[in-house]
Design a protein around this ligand. Structure first.
Ligand code: EPU
Length: 429
């Protein structure tokens, strides 16, 4: 049996939804727990498969990991293993982020190469160059990256691109290195600030988090800490765009509007009303009429997030007018456009640009989620399509959106998760 989302389009989303901790933060926070012996506790963790997989990666390295609701407790032993195998890494590329902390703690790390990904080539050259600058010897053998270093030594690292993963990797290696590490052209995403905050709580000396230059004064050792994961800005942005596309009225509780400035500003340009909540974190997005087309250019933070690109294209597909959408972070985010055209979307791509000509309504059809965000973009499109849309490969969507179907139903969407046989004919010659 396989699972599908079955959506009947046409509902106007209305009501409240609450955002939990960010997937792209908590996975790195869990890896950071490797840096200190003892119990690190992370709260507001999203209850998604990726967190379970990262828990298993840590267990196989010798940690005891417990998950209770949104709380993840990691008991890290004095002596850690040093290998993360392909079986886990292929399921979740973010497992690679244990490389830096393992190297810093144990002097060696062997992590399987993650291989291809549905959104582009996603190299690791910046991770490797950064760790090498800190004195590690990094090789690749039999499908593994192997890194060794007696004691890491602080150094200046200039990133060619403000890579989120490479910045995190160098941060986690640098905190226990001898001397000072400076990362120039560092990523500035809120998730970077979150991991720097946790590392600071563990005793690390980090300056400039959230800016392009991060300075790390290495310390002898870190201690465990308790930390609340920052709210998921991509999930929050998905709800905001869904409200606009369905001409709805959605209050997104627990979200930080300041992490979504450009996104919310685009929605206002499209005709939405966006207002902060009084007395609590979150915002309300309301839309009365058909959205006006807006152009979008993705860039590293604080630019428009690449992770919201499929939703921006889905928005363009139902807007009044033509939108130009430009992707600057990953090289194959547009793969999902083929699926959107099955729903009647009028999208033309050329290199990293897409021209989206809006239609009054889309038309329900079976489609396939090719990655987490593409899947969410298709759900949003399905909500605006006539008739029924069936989305397959929903395990991708489940990786990034806790309780997505229940939350959508709570906002009045007509969506259900259904199980169907994988094939309706025998697989025999
Ligand atoms: N890149 C390289 N070499 C490197 C590192 C990155 O060429 O050594 C390239 C990548 O190929 C890509 C670009 O740089 O084209 C951006 O990569 P980055 O390292 O910034 O991204 P990441 O750390 O691999 C994280 C998120 C992504 C999110 C990006 C950008 C996690 C687990 N993943 O990926 O999230 O899109 O940052 O914000 O944190 C998602 O959640 O669906 C997702 C893909």
């Amino acid at each position: 049996m396989v699972e599908l989302f079955r959506i009947v389009g046409g509902a106007r989303l209305a009501g409240n939804v609450t955002v939990t901790g960010a997937k792209n933060s908590v996975l790195k926070l869990m890896a950071a727990a490797l840096l200190a012996e003892g119990r690190t506790v992370l709260t507001s963790a999203p209850q998604i498969l990726d967190v379970v997989i990262m828990g298993e990666v840590l267990r196989r390295l010798g940690c005891m990991v417990t998950m209770d609701g949104g709380t993840v407790a990691i008991d890290c032993p004095e002596r850690l293993g040093s290998e993360a195998d392909y079986d886990l890494v292929r399921r979740m590329r973010a497992s690679i982020c244990v490389l830096g902390p393992l190297l810093a703690r144990t002097g060696e790390a062997k992590v399987a190469l993650p291989g291809g990904d549905n959104i582009g080539s996603r190299g690791l050259d910046l991770h490797i160059a950064g760790l090498t600058r800190l004195g590690a010897e990094v090789t690749s053998e039999h499908g593994f990256i192997i890194a060794r270093a007696g004691k890491l030594t602080g150094a200046s690292v200039w990133l060619d691109f403000p890579s989120v993963g490479a910045t995190e990797q160098i941060l986690m290696a640098g905190v226990l290195a001898k001397g000072t590490t400076v990362i120039d052209n560092a990523a500035r995403e809120p998730e970077i600030v979150d991991i720097c905050t946790l590392l600071g709580e563990m005793g690390a000396q980090i300056f400039g988090a959230g800016t392009s230059t991060i300075e790390i004064d290495g310390v002898e050792g870190l201690h465990p800490a308790t930390h609340e994961t920052l709210p998921d800005r991509i999930v929050a942005g998905t709800w905001a765009i869904a409200a606009v596309m369905t001409r709805g009225d959605v209050t997104v509780r627990g979200a930080q509007a300041r992490h979504l400035e450009i996104t919310l500003d685009k929605l206002v340009t499209a005709g939405a009303t966006v207002e902060p909540l009084l007395g609590s974190t979150g915002f309300r997005v309301a839309m009365e009429s058909r959205p006006r087309a807006v152009d979008v250019v993705t860039l590293p933070y604080p630019g428009f997030p690449s992770d919201l690109l499929p939703m921006a294209i889905a928005l363009g597909a139902v807007s009044d007018g033509a939108s130009m959408v430009t992707e600057n972070v990953f090289d194959s985010r547009f793969m999902f456009v083929n699926e959107l055209t099955r729903l009647g979307g009028d999208v033309r791509t050329d290199g990293h640009h897409a021209v989206v000509r809006g239609r009054e309504r889309l038309s329900g059809a079976p489609v396939r989620a090719t990655d987490i965000r593409a899947g969410a973009g298709l759900v949003l499109a399905g909500l605006c399509a006539d008739g029924s849309t069936e989305i397959s490969d929903v395990s991708h969507i489940d990786r990034g959106y806790p309780d997505f179907v229940a939350n959508l139903r709570g906002l009045s969407a007509d969506i259900e998760r259904v199980e169907v046989p994988e094939l309706d004919f025998p697989l025999e010659f």
